[in-house]
Design a binder for this molecule. Structure first.
Ligand code: PEP
Ligand code: MN
Length: 343
């Protein structure tokens, strides 16, 4: 249930509504818009409805939100889109953002080389995993804290904000030292302890859709972060598991417009992990931009043939400039602007 206060409603009127909501054991989430203050009541729907808040002093109207997620729903923000500011880079609304870099931080040279190339080509954020969720426990698991140090060096060298995965709450403090955006990998989308702790950290987060997760499940994952008061949540479609074996996963591009109908949160697409094939990445990226994505997260490597992981899907760094120019054109047709990183 969402209680929209009248323009100019007093602080006393707001706190009186909050007390009434809390009196039936529900939680009140206050969001102050430019004109209206909106109070989200999260708890037993029937009990909140019985409060009959419609007509209470200062209340303009009450909107029932029937979906299981409340704070993530479009109704909660009255169809206004969330725009996230990551160190001056805008994400969401009419902005188009590109997060690019190698799959994993594998060495100082590769990281700094890739960082320089993606910055020069206009990507706004730099990616690289220090903790890698690998299917086999015998595969390279990431450089861990050494990887975080190299990311810090790349950030220092380029000024680009860092997007990196956190797999385990025990690494939270170390990751918070360098991550401007914490990535929650597909395999951890339903790790509710992790999501709650990230919510409490207040750091922007990119949540990747689980391999077999529905859109509602993805939105409920976002809700775990939002309910802790962290509003900087981005979602990412990265391919789902289907019966098709011709490529790594099936990129569900329909998820983009549908998510944007259901939620105010920015929606990214990861064409690299979806396809597993670099030849498909450019077309899928253009398609994602055309269908209204707020950004792309893409793997780029100076020499993909020697990459420690995901070599076949990483774009060659030398072709990344052309890729960005094409992407920018399609994003523009879709009504978005790509604010290039200043070199
Ligand atoms: C990644 O982006 O590094 C990654 C492992 O992706 P996903 O969690 O989507 O598989
Ligand atoms: Mn990868």
């Amino acid at each position: 249930m969402m209680i929209v206060m009248k323009e100019g409603a007093s602080a006393d009127q707001v706190s009186s509504v909050v007390s009434r909501v809390e009196s039936v054991g529900a939680r009140a989430h206050i969001s102050e818009g430019e004109i209206h203050t909106v109070i989200g009541a999260i708890g037993d729907r029937e009990q909140v409805a019985n409060l009959e808040l419609e007509g209470a002093p200062g209340v303009d109207h009450v909107v029932p939100i029937s979906r299981p997620y409340k704070l993530a729903s479009s109704e909660f923000r009255r169809n206004e889109r969330t725009v996230i500011d990551v160190d001056g880079r805008k994400i969401g609304g009419n902005h188009f953002a590109v997060i690019a870099g190698p799959c994993t931080v594998e060495s100082r040279d590769v990281m700094l080389d890739a960082a320089g190339v993606v910055k020069e080509a206009g990507a706004q954020l730099l990616r690289g995993g220090a903790y890698k969720p690998r299917t086999s426990p015998y595969s390279f698991q990431g450089l861990g804290e050494e990887g975080l140090r190299l990311l810090a060096e790349a950030k220092e060298a380029t000024g680009m904000p860092i997007v990196t995965e956190l797999m385990d709450v025990r690494d939270m403090d170390a990751v918070l030292e360098v991550a401007d955006v914490i990535q929650v990998g597909a395999r951890n989308m339903q790790n509710y302890t992790l999501l709650t702790e990230i919510g409490r950290s207040g750091r922007p987060v990119l949540i990747k859709r689980g391999l077999s997760a529905t859109l509602d499940e993805l939105l409920m994952a976002a809700e775990y972060v939002l309910k802790e008061g962290n509003t900087d949540v981005m979602l990412c479609e990265r391919g789902i598991r289907t019966f098709e074996t011709g490529y790594r996963f099936t990129l569900d591009l329909m998820a983009v417009p549908v998510l944007k109908e259901l939620t105010h949160l920015p929606v990214f697409v990861d064409p690299s992990h979806a396809s597993g094939r670099r030849d498909l990445v450019p077309q899928l990226s253009l398609a994602a931009a055309a269908v209204g994505a707020d950004g792309i997260i893409v793997e780029v490597h100076p020499d993909p043939d020697t990459a420690i992981c995901d070599g076949p899907q990483q774009l060659h760094a030398e072709l990344f400039g052309d890729y960005m120019r094409q992407l920018e054109r399609v994003a523009e047709i879709a009504g978005k602007e790509l604010a290039r990183e200043q070199v």
